[in-house]
Design a protein around this ligand. Structure first.
Ligand code: ATP
Ligand code: MG
Ligand code: FE
Length: 336
């Protein structure tokens, strides 16, 4: 079974070919980070224009690298949402055009389901599984009872983890995206500053906006008093707070729902501190397997979309040529 995946939800134009749901034949990603950097974030209009320019080039490259033609493809999996509407539309319309021209089945995929299914490219998924999704726009704990059966058991009430990283980085005058810079700085500093942790007792929800404000206030107050704060210490303190809450809640939920696997997903999964703390935390829980995909599968790519699409296709999901980009698509409702 050969699946072509297409992803254009944000600022990566991506196409990939995977075989039998797991084997990556090609995985092409054209990143736009350089174009958005000078604005300190993703500019939707610029993102759409880049997707238009890159889409056919990336598609051709993905097919060439895989050594296949359109006639070899069993289904096209495309991100239908959530994301920037103008960006989603480029991928969805490219997918529909190919599906129509070559008479290939089309499968719409939820972007976060894709992030979660990056794990299927590295391991056999076992159920029930719990996924910690930490990305630029999402922070949630998703329970998978079976392939394609998603229940969100906790989510952020305000900022996503990646968003908090990017905002804190901006106050420290670090370039966009700030996550990797904070991660690097954090390892050079000491977590010596007192910052809050939003436990939201009794729920698996998260909140990071209070922490973000505390970082800004700490800097501001020190400035007013003429004191000097080491950016590395601030980064280390911020990172410690984020990781402590993420890891504690993931450990609690994994045990409460008696899961077999914990699947890390999303761009913030690239965080070295988070990877280490999760590995540490799950070491003593020998009946729960922690899965941590390689970095290139954690950030936006189309192989993960094809991996999720492969399972949906096998379960019989088909999207019509009326498929549209849906920026507010709900993961629990996205499957069938
Ligand atoms: P979503 O998937 O929710 O639509 P997105 O696709 O934009 O959002 P991803 O590409 O999954 O998000 O992840 C990007 C985010 O990951 C950015 O906020 C970035 O700062 C963050 N990030 C990347 N590397 C690291 C790191 N080492 N530490 C912390 N954050 C990181
Ligand atoms: Mg991105
Ligand atoms: Fe993403």
């Amino acid at each position: 079974q050969i699946i072509l995946g297409i992803e254009t939800s944000c600022d990566e134009t991506a196409a990939a070919v995977i075989k039998n749901g797991k084997e990556i034949l090609s995985n092409v990603v054209a990143s736009q980070i350089e174009s958005h950097k000078r604005f300190g974030g993703v500019v939707p209009e610029i993102a759409s224009r880049h997707h238009v320019e890159q889409m056919t080039i990336v598609l051709e490259e993905a097919l060439n690298q895989a050594g296949i033609g359109y006639s070899d493809i069993d289904a096209i999996a495309v991100t239908e949402g959530p994301g920037l509407v103008g960006a989603l539309l480029i991928g969805v319309n490219a997918a529909k055009a190919i599906a129509f021209a070559h008479n290939i089945p089309l499968v719409g995929v939820h972007h976060i389901a894709g992030h979660i299914y990056a794990n299927r490219l590295v391991t056999e998924m076992k159920f029930p599984a719990l996924s910690l999704v930490v990305s630029g726009g999402h922070t949630e704990l998703v329970l998978l009872k079976e392939h394609g059966d998603f229940t969100v058991i906790g989510e952020t009430r305000d900022d996503a983890a990646g968003e908090a990283y990017d905002k804190v980085a901006r106050t420290l005058h670090l370039p966009y995206p700030g996550g990797p810079h904070i991660d690097r700085l954090a390892h050079e500093g000491n977590p010596s500053l007192k910052l809050p942790r939003a436990w939201l007792e009794g729920s698996y929800d998260f909140s990071f906006s209070g922490l973000k404000s505390a970082v800004i206030n700490t800097l501001h107050n020190a400035e007013q008093r003429g004191e000097n704060i080491e950016p590395a210490d601030l980064a280390a303190s911020f990172q410690e707070s984020v990781i402590e809450v993420l890891v504690t809640k993931t450990l609690q939920a994994a045990q409460a729902y008696d899961v077999k696997q914990v699947l890390l997903a999303g761009g913030v999964a690239a965080n070295k501190g988070l990877r280490a703390a999760l590995t540490d935390g799950f070491e003593s829980l020998s009946d729960i397997e922690l899965v941590v995909p390689p970095l290139y599968l954690c950030t936006d790519n189309a192989a993960m979309i094809a991996a999720a699409g492969s399972v949906l296709f096998q379960k019989g999901k088909r999207s019509s040529l009326a498929l549209n980009g849906n920026p507010g698509l709900d993961i629990e409702q996205s499957m069938f």
